[in-house]
Design a protein around this ligand. Structure first.
Ligand code: SF4
Ligand code: SF4
Length: 712
């Protein structure tokens, strides 16, 4: 008993000290009162989230085999808490049984069942890790860059927990102190049969030895957990509790400093933080993200940048930030006087630039943060709800606003946004050019939208100015016109939503454009509650207007054109009649699909067109693969690895489609470029095209013009 209790006191002291240190480190980050507010105001959904994400293992089970293994281990450890209580009870009385339930046969059975479940789980993990050995598989392994040695130690410890458990229970059966009917605890019974020939005396000794060994391993595990990636056992529920609602996708967080949304007009360069320039500029929730990472590599395995040979791995970003935060911790937790006496090593760590090349000893290489397309695949996959995009964009914000360090090719785009309100720097009045190519009138408003017009069509910069995207715009307008939907456009009064600037990290230009647009939209009288709706054909505009403008006081009801067109087809206001006998695959735009969960309407439109033979690419829906344009990457050079759009088109070509459809002007351009390159290289048929689903629909609805459209 003395040994058991002594071990417990030591283990709790060591683990408690470490947890206290972690708490202090997390609180050295920026305040994040909004996270406490989310958790408080979303208590009902939080409970549901905890139930589905933590106890239901929802995200983990998306990967069936490792998910099932993790669920077995997770639930095993919860159930086996009973056996730990029993082991402690045995320290005081050999015949201890949990009051009330301690002799129920079914409890003995369940304990053994879950013990075997845990063994099966770690056996599966062992096979998975051997098959995904980063030393053999290199970048293809999701464990590439993870601390694999620590993972093996923990797997060994879990195995030891179960083995010592079964051994002491088996010995207990032989000494007659086991609290449950023997055969029900079937695994312990098997062990008891093996130990039985050793006789009562030896079994009595084994009982004591393995109870102590069991407690020793459990307590050792407790300590190891607090010093390893297995911290997630305790921190994952907290991280999920304080994560963004409904998730870290969709809008970017507004820029905050000292816990408040930053107002550029009142910002003080001496006291305010501008993005993430030092690790302690992360909020405590950001710090919690770092400590919660399980190093599972699910994010890395889905990242288009990583898959195409770029230096960015979302997992590695988190691990590098974590390693740096831990190494810098003595500095962060010290006062000014104590800092002077810190070792040179710690002082050197404290002065490392957070973003900087290897020769400057930077924690994160600039190419890493600029490789991100903001596609959201990492956030979607992460089982502990880490918000990678917020961290990457936080670092971009600091680089742009404070260091003026960003890929130079973006300079022209930013200047064009500031001067002309579009990334290409074209004259404002060119925004209405597409209308002159139609054979019907489109209302261009300058001020309030007329009472009898229900929709304001937000055309977007690409939709108004880029040739391929203009075809989509015209198709949408034609379809709305055919369906008798009354709509108007802003024409020259429309400006870029600011999405490329915001995603690049230039929050200043974003807020300037956003405020201008909010004023325009409010003057048009389309604010929420007015009965008017905004149609967006670009998922980036859709995301920004509907989910980011509310951060600046602009609230609108926004529909994507595929949602409205699908509704019009369903209501019989648009009838696709002309067969399109083609094999068609659909590419999910990240900002429509994964970020905003609009998956069905575009597919419904393809299905509504008679003759189409739809086939999904391997990576589709929530697991859709980016086209490479998001996160302002549309305006940046892609110098390293394979082009992301080429990777995507290679996947499409494997299906040998006649047409690749999508629902985003960025995707249309990126995938169109990749197809053109393939055609030029003789690797794709010359008739293959990339079009928006609206273009497909208009071909089927407008019987007479099919041939003309195809040649467009
Ligand atoms: S958002 Fe996409 S590109 Fe960026 S790190 Fe995550 S998965 Fe990679
Ligand atoms: S960030 Fe999330 S998905 Fe990526 S390795 Fe860590 S826990 Fe896994």
């Amino acid at each position: 008993m003395i040994i058991g209790l002594g071990l417990t006191v030591v283990a709790f002291a060591v683990a408690g000290r470490r947890l206290w240190w972690l708490r202090r480190l997390a609180l050295s980050g920026q305040p994040a009162p909004e996270r406490l507010e989310y958790a408080r105001t979303h208590a009902a959904t939080d409970t549901k989230t905890q139930l589905t994400e933590v106890f239901g293992q929802r995200k983990l089970l998306k990967w069936s085999v490792p998910g099932a293994a993790h669920a077995a281990t997770f639930w095993g450890f919860i159930v086996l808490l009973l056996t730990i209580i029993e082991a402690y009870g045995d320290l005081f009385s050999r015949t201890f049984a949990i009051p009330g339930i301690g002799h129920w046969a079914v409890i003995g059975f369940i304990e053994d069942l879950f013990a075997i479940g845990v063994l099966a789980g770690i056996g599966t993990f062992t096979v998975i890790r051997l098959r995904n050995d980063p030393h053999k598989e290199g970048r293809r392994s999701r464990f590439f860059g993870s601390h694999t040695r620590a993972a093996w130690v923990v797997l060994g410890m879990i195995a030891a927990v179960i083995v010592t458990l079964l051994l002491y229970r088996g010995a207990q059966q032989n000494t007659g102190v086991f609290p449950y009917p023997h055969a029900w605890a079937f695994a312990s019974w098997v062990v008891a049969q093996i130990l039985h020939p050793l006789g009562y005396g030896v079994n009595s000794v084994l009982e004591v030895v393995f109870i102590l060994a069991q407690l020793g391993v459990v307590l050792g595990f407790l300590v190891v957990v607090t010093y390893s990636k297995h911290l997630h056992i305790g921190l994952a529920p907290l991280n999920i509790l304080f994560s963004r609602r409904p998730n870290g996708l969709g809008p970017l967080e507004p820029m905050r400093s000292n816990g408040k949304v930053l107002d550029f007009e009142e910002a003080d360069p001496d006291t305010d933080t501008f993005g993430i320039g030092k690790v302690e500029d992360l909020s405590w929730k950001g710090m919690l993200d770092l400590a919660s990472c399980t190093e599972c590599g699910r994010c890395q395995s889905q990242c288009p940048a990583w898959a195409t040979g770029k230096p960015l791995s979302p997992k590695q970003v988190i691990l590098d930030l974590r390693d740096h935060a831990f190494a810098k911790a003595p500095y962060l937790l010290a006062n000014e006087e104590q800092r002077d006496s810190l070792s040179d090593l710690i002082k050197a760590e404290a002065t490392r630039p957070l973003v900087g090349p290897a020769e400057e000893n930077g924690v994160i290489d600039p190419d890493v943060i600029w490789s991100c397309t903001n596609c959201g695949a990492c956030v979607e996959e992460c089982p502990v709800d880490i918000e990678h995009i917020d961290h990457i964009n936080g670092m971009r914000r600091h680089q742009v606003l404070v260091e003026s360090a960003f890929p130079q090719e973006a300079t022209a785009m930013l200047n064009n946004l500031e001067r002309k309100g579009n990334p290409w720097g074209m004259a404002e009045d060119r925004r209405a050019d597409w209308i002159t190519e139609l054979d019907f009138e489109v209302q261009v408003i300058d001020g309030a939208i007329p009472d009898d017009v229900e929709y304001l069509f937000w055309v977007g910069c690409a939709g108004a100015l880029e040739d391929r995207a203009k075809r989509t715009t015209k198709a949408i307008a034609e379809l709305l016109n055919l369906a008798g939907v009354k709509f108007a456009v802003l024409g020259p009064a429309e400006a870029c939503t600011g999405d490329p600037a915001r995603r690049l990290g230039n929050e200043f230009v974003f807020s300037m454009l956003a405020q201008q647009n909010i004023e325009t939209l409010n003057e048009a009288g389309v604010a929420k509650g007015s009965g008017k709706k905004v149609i967006a054909s670009c998922p980036h505009c859709f995301n920004t207007i509907s989910r980011e403008y509310p951060q600046l006081g602009g609230d609108y009801e926004v529909v994507h054109h595929t949602q409205l067109l699908a509704k019009l087809v369903e209501e019989g206001k648009l009838t696709p009649v002309n067969p399109v006998e083609e094999k068609i695959t659909y590419h999910d735009p990240c900002f429509l699909g994964r970020h905003n969960k609009v998956f069905t309407p575009p597919r419904a439109l393809i299905e509504a067109v008679p003759g189409t033979q739809a086939e999904e690419m391997h990576r589709c829906g929530n697991r859709g693969f980016c086209c490479g344009a998001g996160g302002a990457r549309m305006w940046l050079e892609e110098r390293t690895g394979k082009r992301i759009n080429t990777e995507r088109i290679d996947e499409a070509l494997a299906l040998d489609p006649d047409t690749v459809t999508t629902a985003c002007p960025y995707c249309t351009v990126m995938l169109g470029d990749a197809v053109n390159a393939k055609k030029a290289a003789g690797q794709a048929k010359q008739t293959l095209e990339v079009i928006d689903v609206a273009q497909l629909l208009v071909r089927s609805v407008k019987l007479r013009e099919v041939q003309g459209q195809k040649q467009d």
